[in-house]
Design a protein around this ligand. Structure first.
Ligand SMILES: Nc1ncnc2c1ncn2[C@@H]1O[C@H](COP(=O)(O)OP(=O)(O)OP(=O)(O)O)[C@@H](O)[C@H]1O
Length: 588
């Protein structure tokens, strides 16, 4: 389904929703069912920002509805402020609490995060019960009755929740189109990779969690006024959270429209189960069965399945042999050639890393001269990738020092190292497979400032530069394809274009020729040489020894976590220790 069709359907549905209370002004029950569906949609769209886009599934997200409701309830009864006037403040309080709590809970991942979010919901329930001076405890808070006449019923609430739903949707759609939104999807697909291309993942997750709380908090204030009575068990109810999650799962988690469509399906089904099935028990049964069916048969939700059915499959034409690729000019690699310098660019000093009793890296000293293409070779399991992880900051704690361009970097986060001009590719390519090739290449952040968050994901001179880089590696015409649809060799080239987007001073290449078509190996070497001529320094891990000896100088040889030899390729080729440890069987 393309954007125009979905917008047309949404516009018709929206007009129908606006018209409904005018066409049927006395349908109070139907108005209430609808406004409660809007409320679920507001929460589900918001939930989708942290749990759909960023992949951090919160099962206690309705905690922010309770926080918003209680903020309005407490302040309106104490200071006689109209509850609706407190709605923006309720949103701000929800955001503040989300930011504080998020900075702790977002350190956990997967099931641990899910459990913590449930615990948070229960914690707020307990707090509201046990702080009677503030919250009136289990007795709850009674708010003033709506000021409008009885004859309009719930129609004002209907329009308030409808308006909030539309604004929340607009907010979520805007986020998805920004660099911040692309960063969140990158975090969902591969958090380690996202950090390696300069995305400050901790900040992004915190902001996403806080952003996902705002409109739920605002809606909480309106909901409190709608209910006119709040109590801890009702305001912090796990079933509300489950409904929100179920809605997003049914519609399609991570999609823009999925949570909206899912909210209506789940709300109507739940209402039907309560009315026709004999009460809350049948609603619980329905939720349970629906969850099982979705997890088993529709893990992506309804909209993605529909999309796949309606979109004609188009096969990507593979052109793995070098001759078929057209290459853009080398000027695309860096905006300006990097000034030639002398001396070391990267230095490792007595670096150690152990996994339990295994010394994967054992006292390594290594210097990469600026402007060089340096090789790091060694048999399988000798510690090369572990060393790369330590250099880029994804390898956890280690001892020893890592210096880059005269600065000690071993205590910096991976994204801070990327911002200093240190890029890397991975042994097995780690592209964001659900994104297009172009989205992958524009995803890296060369530096970070708050302005970056709101800028368009694929726009302006960045998109132009990404296109130039794709053309440089010979994949310009694949920019709109899904990255996951390309061949392995093509993915390696896209990952190279992606890392060049960082404007790196140095790139660590982990097996650039590994597993790719032999025709592409020469092309890969050519690209590395061309980028090196523009001033980029390389450290290359590679098992293709002829390629290494032809391309690199100097060469470091690692065995059992230790550097056993280093020097020019001609010297390495004949070093008896190297031949013994590694090269013998390859060069003879
Ligand atoms: N996360 C980990 N936990 C435990 N052991 C690990 C971990 N990562 C690596 N190792 C071990 O550390 C040693 C070095 O692994 P590493 O992947 O760095 O070697 P490598 O030289 O890159 O090998 P290859 O050429 O096969 O990629 C190996 O014995 C490996 O099994």
């Amino acid at each position: 389904m393309n954007r125009r069709v979905s917008l047309a359907i949404a516009s018709v549905a929206f007009i129908a929703m606006i018209a409904f209370p005018f066409i049927a002004p006395d349908a109070t029950y139907e108005h209430t069912v609808m406004l409660l569906a809007f409320l679920v949609a507001i929460q589900s769209i918001s939930w989708n920002i942290i749990s759909g886009f960023a992949g951090y599934v919160s099962l206690g997200h309705s905690v922010f509805l309770g926080i918003g409701a209680y903020t309005a309830g407490i302040l309106s009864t104490r200071w006689e402020i109209h509850p609706l006037a407190l709605a923006p403040l309720s949103g701000v309080v929800a955001v503040a609490i989300a930011f504080l709590v998020g900075s702790v809970v977002l350190r956990a991942k997967g099931p641990a995060f899910v459990i913590i979010t449930i615990a948070m919901l229960l914690l707020f329930q307990v707090l509201t019960i046990n702080l009677p001076g503030l919250t009136n405890g289990s007795d709850g808070i009674t708010l003033e009755l709506p000021t409008w006449g009885r004859d309009v019923g719930n129609i004002p609430f209907y329009f308030m929740f409808l308006g909030l739903m539309v604004v929340t949707f607009g907010f979520s759609a805007w986020i998805r189109r920004t660099k911040f939104g692309t960063g969140l999807v990158a975090i969902r697909e591969d958090e380690g990779k996202a950090a390696a291309i300069g995305i400050p993942t901790t900040l992004y997750k915190n902001l996403a969690y806080a952003a996902s709380a705002f409109f739920i908090g605002v809606a909480g204030a309106v909901y409190a006024y709608f209910l006119t009575f709040l109590n801890p068990l009702g305001a912090f109810n796990i079933l509300t959270s489950v409904t929100v999650v179920l809605a997003a799962l049914v519609g399609g988690r991570g999609t823009l429209w999925g949570p909206v469509v899912g909210a209506f399906i789940v709300s109507f089904a739940s209402e039907a189960a309560t009315v026709y099935g004999g009460g809350t028990q049948s609603r619980l049964l329905l939720f349970g069965v629906a969850l099982v069916i979705i997890v088993l048969f529709l893990p992506d939700g309804l909209l993605p399945v529909l999309q796949r059915l309606l979109t004609k499959r188009r096969d990507v034409e593979y052109t793995d042999h070098a001759g078929a690729l057209e290459h853009g000019p080398v000027e695309a690699v860096t905006r300006e050639p990097i000034e030639p310098k002398t001396g070391p660019l990267l230095e490792l000093r007595n670096v150690h890393k152990a996994f339990g009793g295994l010394k994967a890296v054992n006292g390594v000293d290594l210097t990469v001269p600026v402007g060089s293409i340096t090789a790091l070779i060694g048999p399988n399991g000798s510690g090369k990738t572990t060393l790369f992880n330590l250099i880029t900051g994804t390898g956890g704690a280690h001892t020893g020092e890592v210096w880059f361009d005269g600065e000690r970097i071993d205590r910096l986060s991976p994204w801070a190292r990327a911002h200093r001009g240190l890029g890397r590719t991975f042994q097995v390519t780690r592209l964001f497979k659900s994104m297009t090739v172009l989205e992958n290449v524009v995803a890296p952040l060369e530096s970070f400032s708050p302005r970056v968050l709101a800028s368009g994901a694929v726009a302006g001179h960045e998109a132009d530069r990404a296109r130039e880089l794709l053309s440089f590696v010979g994949l310009g015409r694949f920019e709109s394809e899904r990255a996951g649809a390309l061949s392995y060799g093509q993915q390696k080239l896209v990952e190279l274009a992606q890392v060049l987007m960082l404007e790196p001073r140095m790139v660590l290449l982990d097996e650039p020729a590994g597993g790719i078509n032999p025709g592409l190996v020469d092309r890969m070497a050519e690209i590395i040489r061309a980028a090196n001529r523009r001033g980029i320094t390389f450290l290359v891990v590679e098992h293709n020894i002829p390629m290494v000896l032809d391309l690199c100088d100097p060469v470091f040889v690692l065995a059992r976590g230790e550097v056993i030899a280093s020097g020019q390729p001609g010297v390495i080729r004949n070093d008896p220790a190297v031949l013994d440890a590694y090269l013998g069987e390859v060069t003879t």
